[in-house]
Design a binder for this molecule. Structure first.
Ligand SMILES: [Fe+2]
Ligand SMILES: [Fe+2]
Length: 346
């Protein structure tokens, strides 16, 4: 079983999740003769173009905090109570933001995305996919492992250059939120929930990377690593949009509705700020608890979080709309409840 504990440490069933029992045996949706649907690989030039194959190690020798992430890109750094911190603590706010971003990336790739990539590569998820799609999962596995590696590498280099110790918990908060959704969904649906989370995150992440990849204020090593990542994720986005269509065709209508109703929560699990981590950090600077709550409430009011989710997830929501997932009233209501329908025709 892939339980909550397995999510964090890598369970023995990592590539043998019981998804197979959820899929339609008749599987007429992929094609009438049982063959998987046609697949056009976005990885045709992967050996020549992927970051792990082509890009140099990104290195930084000296760096100031503002060159990691300028205050304009660090939400809490725009708040007056944070701007009033002593200069060395304000610098640490910017540096911890870099650590948090890089650690989020490393954990997402290793602990979540690559579990699904492994399952597709070894054909143990239960979903029937085109042979080329299965082979491409090996490439995604390499990509994500490298994204985790260069993120961990940069954390070490930044620590070396700044002397600032990362304030990182055992895992980013999105893993807690995913575990909660899986638990609520029940053991039968849990493997499918995790795969849907991967599909959501893989079709969302390219939008979140675009901003930093061209910002000249960010130190070259970090900016170039974001760009390396964004280029790889462009291919992953195309792949997982196609994988969603394949998987959808193999789910029965009841299961489609059940999992689609959870998709808004999965999207929000990915895009919501890590408030527990930020709270702990701000308290550690000596801010009073009331002031910390004020910073968080005023930096991340619900409309701001919703607007960010809408902007980031619009393409993902469109994919589910095109599949007819939102034709179900309960599913559409769930998307509307999280404010995810704005700008998307349904
Ligand atoms: Fe990645
Ligand atoms: Fe990816």
């Amino acid at each position: 079983m892939c339980g909550t504990v397995g999510l964090f440490v890598g369970c023995s069933a990592v590539v043998v999740c019981p998804l197979r029992s959820l899929l339609r045996d008749d599987a007429t949706a992929p094609s009438v003769d049982g063959e998987p649907p046609p697949y056009r690989s976005p990885f045709a030039t992967w050996f020549e173009r992927s970051a792990v194959r082509r890009m140099p190690r990104r290195t930084l020798a000296e760096v100031t905090a503002a060159e990691l992430f300028p205050p304009e890109l660090v939400p809490i750094a725009r708040h007056p109570l944070v701007q009033g911190l002593p200069p060395h603590q304000f610098d640490e706010v910017l540096t911890q933001h870099a650590y948090r971003y890089l650690d989020f990336t490393a954990k997402l790739e290793h602990l979540v995305v690559n579990r699904t990539a492994l399952g597709i590569a070894h054909d143990t998820l239960g979903a029937r996919v085109h042979e080329d799609m299965r082979f491409d999962a090996y490439k995604i596995y390499c990509d994500e492992a490298y994204h985790a590696l260069f993120s961990a590498d940069l954390i070490r280099q930044i620590r070396q250059a700044t002397g600032i110790v990362p304030r990182l918990g055992d895992h980013p908060y999105f893993l807690n939120r995913l575990a909660e959704i899986r638990e609520r969904a029940g053991s039968r649906l849990a493997p499918l929930v995790e795969i849907m989370f991967v599909i959501c995150s893989e079709t969302l992440i390219s939008a979140t990377l675009a901003e930093g990849s061209t910002d000249a204020r960010i130190t070259p090593a970090l900016r170039e690593s974001i760009r390396d990542h964004a280029l790889d994720e462009g291919r992953h986005h195309v792949y997982f949009a196609a994988f969603l269509r394949v998987l959808w065709g193999q789910l029965d209508p009841v299961l489609r509705d059940q999992v689609a109703e959870l998709v808004p929560e999965l999207i929000m699990a990915f895009v919501r700020p890590d408030l527990p981590s930020l709270r702990g950090e701000l308290l550690a600077y000596g801010l009073r608890p009331d002031d910390v709550e004020q910073v968080l409430a005023e930096t991340f009011p619900a409309p701001v979080v919703t607007a960010y989710a809408q902007e980031t997830a619009s393409q993902t929501v469109r994919y589910f709309t095109e599949l007819g997932a939102l034709d179900n009233d309960r599913v559409r209501a769930a998307f509307a409840r999280h404010g995810l329908l704005k700008g998307v025709l349904v």
